[in-house]
Design a protein around this ligand. Structure first.
Ligand code: FMN
Ligand code: SF4
Ligand code: SF4
Length: 451
């Protein structure tokens, strides 16, 4: 069986699943319970300057009858007394020497305040410190959280204060509320961080009540932007992870990345690991379903590693990173077409409508193999959609809307087009007057007619 144990920036845990800093890690009661269920580690709910939280503080994002596809929150850091948190962290770490106990912190941006909190955290016996540069509301207005994470210079400066004061590993948690996450990641590296984690929550307004016109969540008649998290943010988190993992400057520093954002199943976790995360952190899925999800996370990851012939988690970390490519290097001569398996097709015609109205009009409706005009379709006759492969541009839309798994597949087909990339087409500007000319010339030479 594959070895699930993890060593992240020197912090060991029996598996790569940590609870993210959030409501599930707010107290010793919760973290003890989580460890009993088998979580490998926990990042304690951010501690620091005193705060007062609002009610209501969460807004749910539902889609297609599914609850909590994402959660939006205007919650601040821990509102419990600092001493109570520190005492409970000490107790938990003493009880669970084999688990990772990390303390998330956010204090005012002064060297004294950070040195003081580092000392108090180290006194608990915690394994590491996570710097919360991500909170997008409340704390940022006070010069903390994302106000730091959005300015690489502040990020380097504060990380430097902490790294100098700390003898335990320092993890910098990055905010996604930036145009490009790479500069803050490099800034953490430059400041002496031992690792980064990403992502924190994304700025959002989750909705408006159509009866009362109130913003959700409604805090006594007012509402505003909050942090978005949960399954819906996963693609954004994966993109940001891949941007950092494939950045040559960051990679040269050799820092591990803790992947966060929308992890709910072992499959989600595996995607984060493949894209360069050395472990993963989970919040919303635990708020939704409880600590017990760790059982499926561990079993699923373990079985998948075995099936892939991997002996340990580290064997798959970053395996997909070399496949990340800028658009300019994609092979534009690669050609695929949609193919319908008529034996599993239920003739719902969703593919026909999608291609006809949202794509390239190359699915025909047929009856007894002959193309028919949909306007003349007789009552009670169910047509069979067929792809005109010669006209299909391989956009993939029909296979995405088809409700039957595996009924429409995108198959790659041979083409005599010469291999070309966008970068090839725009490289030699002496030969062509504009990029547009090069595109048109390539299309004409190779008979690519996009109607
Ligand atoms: C209600 C709530 C409170 C949170 N509080 C904190 C916090 O105190 N410190 C922190 O670093 N991140 C906090 N987060 C962010 C999470 O740690 C995590 O980065 C984010 O939720 C994305 O992970 P997920 O999609 O698994 O929820 C909070 C998230 C939620 C939903
Ligand atoms: S892949 Fe796109 S163009 Fe081809 S049949 Fe499907 S929807 Fe139409
Ligand atoms: S969407 Fe799928 S099931 Fe429906 S008609 Fe098209 S191929 Fe058949």
């Amino acid at each position: 069986m594959a070895d699930l144990s993890s060593s992240f920036a020197g912090i060991t845990s029996p598996n790569p699943f940590w609870l993210a800093s959030a409501p599930p890690t707010n107290s010793a009661y919760q973290v003890n319970k989580a460890f009993e269920y088998g979580w490998g580690g926990a990042v304690w709910k951010t501690i620091g300057a005193p705060v007062l939280n609002a009610c209501n503080r969460y807004g749910g994002f539902e889609h297609g009858g599914h609850k909590l596809v994402a959660i939006n929150n205007v919650e601040l850091i821990s509102d419990r007394p600092l001493d109570a948190n520190l005492r409970e962290i000490t107790e938990v770490k003493a009880l669970w020497p084999d688990r990772a106990v990390i303390v998330s912190a956010m204090v005012e941006s002064s060297p004294e305040a950070w040195r003081d909190i580092v000392r108090r955290i180290e006194d608990t016996g915690a394994d590491g410190i996570e710097l919360n540069y991500g909170c997008p509301h409340g704390m940022s207005e006070r010069g903390m959280g994302s106000a730091v994470g959005q300015v690489p210079e502040y990020c380097t400066m504060i990380t430097g204060w902490v790294a100098e004061a700390a003898s335990i590993p320092v993890i910098v948690k990055l905010t996604p509320n930036v145009t490009d996450i790479v500069p803050p990641a490099r800034a953490a590296l430059a400041g002496g961080a031992d690792a980064v984690s990403l992502i924190n929550t994304i700025n959002s307004i989750v909705g408006v009540d159509l009866d009362t016109f109130e913003i959700r969540p409604n805090v006594g008649g007012k509402g505003g932007h909050g942090g978005f998290a949960g399954p819906a943010v996963r693609p954004i988190a994966l993109h940001m992870l891949s941007a950092v993992a494939s950045d040559p400057t960051f990679a040269e520093g050799g820092l591990p990345i803790s992947g966060i954002g929308g992890v709910q199943t072992w499959r989600d976790a595996a995607e984060f690991l493949l894209l360069g995360a050395s472990n993963v952190q989970v919040c919303t899925a635990v708020m939704h379903y409880g600590f017990r999800i760790i059982e499926d996370l561990v079993d699923g990851l373990s079985n998948w590693l075995d099936a892939k012939g991997a002996s340990a988690v580290r064997d798959i970390v970053g395996v997909s990173v070399p496949r990340i490519s800028p658009f300019g290097d994609f092979d534009l001569s690669f050609k695929s077409v949609a193919r319908i398996d008529e034996t599993s097709c239920i003739q719902c015609n969703l593919c026909y409508v999608a291609c006809d109205e949202g794509a390239h009009q190359c699915i025909d409706l047929t009856v007894d193999g002959a193309r028919i005009d949909p306007a003349t379709l007789a009552d009670g006759v169910t047509p069979q959609p067929k792809v005109r492969e010669g006209d299909c541009v391989g956009c993939d839309l029909c296979s995405l809307v088809c409700p039957v798994d595996g009924c429409i597949t995108m198959v790659s087909v041979a083409t005599d087009r010469p291999k070309v990339t966008w970068n090839d087409l725009v490289r030699d500007r002496s030969e062509v007057t504009t990029d547009w000319d090069a595109m048109l010339a390539y299309r004409e030479e190779n008979g690519i007619d996009i109607h």
